[in-house]
Ligand binder design. Structure first.
Ligand code: COA
Length: 159
């Protein structure tokens, strides 16, 4: 058996700077929050969320360097903004990323497994996530056991 080369632990507010540094990993796949993120704002955003009981994060580290993270939020029956009824009773996985140098070695799977344990502890019956349809990670999530609920299409009329 291959020995695990990383540790997984709960994210604390002391990790906020390192997490924001790693948020560069979302630049190719996200057009929203992390794009052009002001680092100070990002750090504040993470610290504030981690101070709330319905938010949690996990980090993967090698020799105390962060190489990946996951952030999730208990939906707690507040499914505003979600069109699918299955969003009830779930934990929303908002962010999952692993440094390019450490991909394909099970780090994301291990982070996800911690999110699943947390969802059980919170009494929830599923994990929910949304992802752009052209994000290559869609296939990876399906390998993790996620199934498509449906899709939301954004349209724009040029005026
Ligand atoms: C998605 C991401 C977190 C996966 O991290 P990872 O540590 O490489 O994933 P794992 O090693 O745990 O692999 C997970 C599964 O996907 C498969 N996989 C990994 N990389 C893959 C790739 N490029 N293509 C196809 N499958 C892949 C693995 O084989 C594994 O399946 P298995 O356990 O059944 O063999 C990482 O690619 C990433 O950070 N991407 C950029 C950010 C992102 O898109 N996040 C998701 C949207 S928020």
């Amino acid at each position: 058996m291959i020995e695990k080369f990383y540790d997984i632990r709960r994210m604390t507010s002391d990790d906020a700077d390192a997490v924001v540094e790693l948020s560069r990993l979302f630049e190719p796949v996200s057009t929203t929050l992390w794009r052009g993120l002001d680092p100070d704002e990002g750090v504040d955003w993470i610290r504030e969320r981690l101070g709330l009981p319905e938010w949690a994060g996990f980090v993967a580290e090698v020799d105390h360097d962060l190489i990946g993270f996951a952030i999730c939020k208990d939906m707690n029956d507040d499914t505003r903004g979600f069109i699918f009824p299955q969003a009830n009773e779930t934990v929303h996985l908002l962010y999952l990323a692993v440094d390019e140098a450490f991909r394909g070695q099970g780090v994301a799977r291990a982070l996800l497994s911690e999110c699943e344990k947390l969802a059980h502890d919170w009494g929830r019956s599923g994990l929910l996530l949304d992802i752009a349809s052209d994000n290559p990670s869609l296939r990876i999530y399906q390998r993790f056991g996620f199934e498509k609920l449906g899709s939301l299409v954004f349209l724009r009329k040029k005026l």
